[in-house]
Write a protein that binds this ligand. Structure first.
Ligand code: FHN
Length: 578
């Protein structure tokens, strides 16, 4: 059901995530990027040695930010380097894990905001070869391992924030403008960032992509210079949109954002296996294989790439519980990868049973929620079906079509875990209807905000953090006033009784605002209740059962919610809720 809400204070995500990229499919590596679909992100640096603990205090959330959050003086932080000795690091093991997981390339933090280079750098002695007892260059080792295993290699580089440098941005506890009156970002840009990016693009062979981050207030001119440098040194190297100022070759969405609708052009979602990017001794919140694969195929079905992060320890080990889950998801990809790699975006919207991907002449149905009545319904697809089968076993399935809806006879229990893919062979071509927004009688259906027709209210994207840096995203119906109308037009694929729930967030002043629900002959009013104060912009959605509605027949239907009286602080009634 829909999410209805708003945030009081809006965050400026463009300084964090840089907006969307300007160019796209003409890039020499665009086809490779579009085909790859799944990659490994690795956050590894001095912060991995600390694991989110500093002087006995646990910094919950993204542990690579501990230096900033604990305001650790640079000299003190540098002592981490003296004890950083990842003797268990084995580039080959990481590459083999990425392969077993079904990932096509790796993106490693070459320098994160802490300013420490994970490679030999002449531009700064604060690097793993010169400043640690380890003395090895893991990037050189990884580049050899990636080459050996046929994986692409990309580098994360924090171009704007560098807490180690007085001239760079971000360190406001030792290097604020007041503390350093002659602060000069260009001195950092030309003295460290550009020389290090040059080293990365010169010393390690063919680099698939450079992954910039948190562009902040970096100027367009600086971004253009960085982009020109990369084009000159490695014309085939892709650049993500977090370079800033609308530049870059592909868009990186917000952290951990699995969207409901996919942007145009090349794009990716970067996600992390738990709730931190770098290793944290206190975070064991691993997403299961089911959850990972569901997030992967949701992204892929919208045309995106899924970049999934792992956080190796200070010893250089990817935690085994994380690795084992990746391998299990990878085992599924071995059997079902045909429905993921090299596919194109879905031709119909996500359905209650799951999502679709496509290739010329083939349509893949990813059944994330297995229907229990022995029939899978697929609306909105035109074209002759030569054969329907279970992708991983080849088992043939009977198909019929009634009033434009495909009906596939399926086993009562899902034959594959975590989810089954059914492939439709349609050599004569496939056409899909973007309007095939449907409700199923035997499944849990969601009517998300972006699919609603809105009158006197708006659709808004919302993002907030739970633990520090642990981002959550949603889209909500926003700025609801008395008289606002929210309507979902859908096709009901059967008649029956539906248990209807609404997911909403309501500030204290909106408590007891009243809505009216209409669906066919069903019509009644209901109040919404305060879900609590929204501390630090965190939404607290509540899912509330509104009652049982009857859909008397299959076919087109409209679920309508009308705001009858909306309370807010200024107008006890009637009013405005968001
Ligand atoms: O600040 C960083 C964070 O530490 C992490 O690297 C993520 C990954 O996308 N990027 C920034 C926040 O968006």
């Amino acid at each position: 059901m829909a999410k209805i809400s708003s945030a009081k204070k809006e965050l400026d995500m463009s300084t964090l995530w840089g907006g969307t990229a300007s160019s796209a499919d003409t890039h020499p590596r665009a086809a490779w990027f579009r085909a790859s679909k799944y990659a490994m992100f690795i956050h590894w640096g001095l912060y991995s040695e600390a694991g989110g603990m500093w002087n006995g205090t646990a910094w919950h959330g993204i542990s690579e930010w501990m230096m900033r959050r604990a305001r650790i003086p640079v000299r003190e932080y540098e002592t981490l380097a003296a004890r950083f000795n990842p003797t268990d690091f084995n580039a080959d093991d990481w590459a083999r894990l990425a392969k077993a997981a079904g990932m096509r390339y790796l993106v490693l933090t070459s320098k994160h905001h802490e300013g420490f280079a994970m490679f030999k750098s002449k531009a700064s002695p604060f690097n793993i070869v010169d400043a640690t007892p380890f003395k090895r260059d893991p990037i050189a080792e990884l580049s050899a391992a990636c080459k050996k295993h046929g994986l692409g290699l990309g580098f994360y580089y924090s171009q704007f924030l560098d807490w180690h440098e007085r001239d760079a941005a971000g360190n406001d506890w030792e290097f604020s403008k007041e503390q350093v009156p002659d602060k000069d970002f260009n001195r950092y840009l030309y003295g460290k960032a550009i020389p290090q990016i040059t080293e990365l693009l010169t010393n390690y062979g063919d680099i698939a992509l450079i992954w910039f981050d948190t562009p902040g207030s970096i100027t367009r001119q600086a971004c253009e210079e960085l982009q020109a440098l990369i084009r000159r040194l490695q014309p085939k190297c892709l650049i993500n949109s977090r370079i800033g100022n609308g530049l870059g070759d592909y868009s990186s969405l917000g952290d951990q954002e699995v969207p409901l609708t996919g942007p145009a052009g090349l794009w990716e979602t970067c996600d992390t296996h738990n709730d931190t990017w770098a290793y944290s001794v206190n975070d064991h919140h691993w997403k299961s294989p089911t959850e990972l694969l569901s997030r992967l195929v949701r992204v892929v079905s919208l045309g995106g790439t899924y970049l999934l992060n792992v956080g190796p320890t200070g010893k250089g080990i990817i935690p085994e519980s994380s690795a084992e889950i990746l391998r299990r998801a990878g085992a599924w990809l071995k059997r079902n990868g045909e429905a993921v790699y090299e596919t194109t975006r879905s031709l119909i919207p996500a359905q209650a049973w799951g999502v679709t991907t496509a290739k010329p002449g083939k349509l893949y149905l990813h059944i994330l929620n297995w229907p229990t009545r022995g029939t899978l319904l697929v609306p909105g697809i035109k074209g002759v079906i030569k054969k329907a089968s279970i992708l991983s076993t080849g088992e043939l399935l009977a198909v019929s079509r009634k009033q434009g809806v495909i009906a596939i006879t399926i086993p009562l229990l899902a034959p594959e875990k975590p989810h089954t893919v059914i492939v439709l062979d349609m050599p004569g071509g496939i056409k899909g209807a973007a309007s095939a927004f449907s409700v199923y009688p035997d499944l849990m259906n969601h009517l998300p905000a972006p699919f609603a027709k809105l009158t006197d209210c708006t659709l808004a994207k919302k993002a907030w953090m739970e633990k520090f840096g642990d981002w959550h995203h949603t889209q909500v119906v926003h700025q609801i006033v008395t008289g606002s109308v929210i309507e979902w037009h859908f096709n009901s694929l059967g008649k029956g009784l539906f248990n209807l729930s609404l997911e909403y967030d309501c500030l204290p002043e909106g408590d007891a605002s009243e809505f009216e629900l209409t669906l066919g002959a069903n019509r009644w009013r209901f109040p919404v209740f305060c879900t609590g104060n929204r501390h630090a912009n965190r939404f607290r959605f509540r899912t509330e059962c509104l009652g049982v509605v009857e859909m008397a027949k299959a076919g087109p239907a409209v679920l309508k919610l009308e705001a009858m009286s909306i309370n807010d602080a200024a107008h006890p009634r009637p009013y405005r809720v968001e």
